[in-house]
Design a protein around this ligand. Structure first.
Ligand code: AMP
Length: 507
């Protein structure tokens, strides 16, 4: 998962882009980048690390301009090389910089086409570079000296015709404006908002509404699946539906884990979905074990806290913060490689013995993915003296890889793949394991906006909405993105491979 942002304003946007990326930092901690446009130049700074580490004062000073885009990266493809930090850039036509969240499922085919038919060169194995070049090619084919809004939308239509997968994109066309678009299924989220500045209306586009809130922009709406919006440099707003077959199917895992709870996505409050997940879990516990002997409910910080609170309330069981998190350690799943992940769980969480000693505890997490964290936490609970350790997951078993931009690539790495719930319970060492039912998870989300009748639940049910995902593709993805391959890529890191921009890439 990545976070993207774009602002078209009437004064310098460097600080606001920085602030927005900081607000979206939970969506990726691997790399960050900003590109601004001023006086005919694109100015860029990008590199590996957290937003606060990538941008120094001198970088910020070089990022002049009233228009800009930004990206924070979480690696789904190709490891963590600095060359993969975004935005990406091509100089023809016009000079285009692009930030992307998601994953294309036909990257190989498109890469071949780009090379053989479109005569374009790809310098990385990132699908974001592919989508940038497809967009650039489609725009170039129109052969216009200055592209109009209609031309930009025609190019986006071309992207939708050629690209499959989940994608949310924000792109800056030098001298012209900022275009943002979303895949025809609306798998990845993207919203826009505006505010009345002293010199006129200003616009912001971002992965999550929380970034708009914090920067004082009013949320207008989500970009619709297949739609594109274009804001030219004068601040004129244009929008157009650029896709033909639209099947709205937003990623439900955004509600489970990725998004901040204070975000609204497709009209659905993420906070409320998590409350409802807790409500449904409580109902399931009552249904399965009306005479349960749970003494205390303890959330695994942080994403599960909201669901755990409501679960405890509805079951009339004590809710306690028994696990304390060291806030200065990153999200464990973002660290590549299983051994690093294992180590960091211990560094990250510590148990308050009093809350466990002699008690039957129900631990709650938002989901179980690889099973590494929960296994260790269950052991931690036992070491702290718990009599019995039960475990509830606010999401159903994650059994299938994600192909639309979430790092769950190889079925072998998922603890629930090909296993029954009893087998998983035994593997993680719990005395009882309760999983959310998929229908309940879907209800928790769709109650927020009944107009959405379908979500992308592929990690739970193996149904891939783009219709092009077969076993061969999954095998190839697993090879490319396995932990082993990631660490190989990380060992081969090279410096910034950016060509053609005013690039303050020095550290
Ligand atoms: P585990 O018990 O090791 O499966 O870790 C589960 C925790 O990691 C839960 O809090 C998950 O929400 C979180 N998580 C979310 N997305 C991922 C992911 N892509 N890979 C691994 N863990 C994830």
């Amino acid at each position: 998962m990545c976070g993207i942002v774009g602002i078209v304003a009437k004064s310098n946007v460097n600080q606001e882009l920085y602030d927005a990326l900081t607000v979206l930092q939970h969506r990726g901690q691997d790399a960050a980048g900003i590109v601004t446009w001023s006086e005919g130049r694109l100015n860029q700074r990008k590199g590996n690390g957290l937003v606060k580490d990538v941008f120094r004062r001198r970088h910020m000073e070089s990022l002049q301009g009233n228009v800009g885009i930004g990206h924070i990266r979480y690696p789904t493809a190709g490891g963590s090389s600095p060359a993969l930090a975004q935005p990406f850039y091509v100089n023809s036509p016009y000079g285009i910089s692009l930030a992307h969240n998601g994953n294309l499922t036909n990257t190989e085919e498109l890469s071949r086409e780009l090379f053989r038919s479109d005569l374009r060169h790809l310098n990385t194995n990132s699908d974001s570079e592919v989508i940038l070049n497809i967009f650039a090619h489609e725009l170039q084919c129109l052969g216009k000296l200055s592209p109009s809004a209609e031309d930009v939308f025609a190019a986006v239509s071309g992207v939708h015709k050629r690209c499959r997968g989940g994608y949310a994109v924000i792109s800056l066309i030098a001298n012209y404006g900022v275009v943002a678009f979303r895949d025809p299924h609306g798998i990845r989220p993207i919203v826009f908002g505006s505010r009345d500045g002293k010199k006129g209306k200003e616009y912001m586009v971002a992965s999550e509404s929380v970034a708009l809130d914090v920067l004082g922009f009013k949320l207008e709406r989500d970009i619709a699946p297949g739609e594109a919006i274009y804001i030219d440099l004068e601040g004129n707003f244009h929008s157009h539906q650029c896709a033909e077959a639209i099947v709205v199917s937003p990623c439900i895992f955004e509600h489970v884990y990725f998004s901040r709870p204070d975000s609204i996505m497709d009209g659905v409050s993420v906070y409320k979905t998590r409350l409802r997940q807790g409500e449904k879990l409580a109902e399931k516990v009552e249904r399965l074990r009306p005479d349960h002997d749970i003494d205390v409910i303890i959330p695994i910080p942080d994403s599960s806290r909201i669901a755990a609170q409501l679960m405890a309330h509805n079951l009339d069981i004590k809710f306690r913060e028994g696990l304390i998190k060291n806030r200065y350690i990153g999200r464990t799943f973002i660290m590549p490689g299983q051994s690093q992940r294992k180590k960091s769980v211990r560094q990250k969480l510590n148990a308050i013995g009093l809350e466990f000693s002699g008690k039957n505890v129900m631990l709650v997490d938002d989901s179980i993915v690889r099973g590494t964290t929960c296994k260790q936490i269950i052991q931690m609970a036992r070491d702290a003296g718990a009599a019995k350790v039960y475990f509830a997951s606010a999401a159903p078993p994650v059994r299938y890889p994600n192909v639309y931009g979430i790092d769950m690539p190889s079925a072998d790495e998922l603890i629930a793949h090909g296993k029954t719930e009893d087998e998983i319970c035994e593997l993680i060492g719990a005395d009882w394991l309760v999983y959310q039912d998929l229908d309940d998870l879907i209800d928790s989300s769709s109650e927020g906006n009944p107009e959405i009748t379908q979500f992308d639940c592929s990690v739970f049910d193996g149904n891939y909405i783009t219709g092009d995902v077969d076993q061969e593709y999954l095998d190839q993805l697993a090879r490319a993105r396995s932990d082993a391959n990631k660490s190989l890529n990380d060992d081969n890191e090279e410096d910034d491979a950016v060509i053609g921009l005013h690039n303050d890439g020095t550290d």
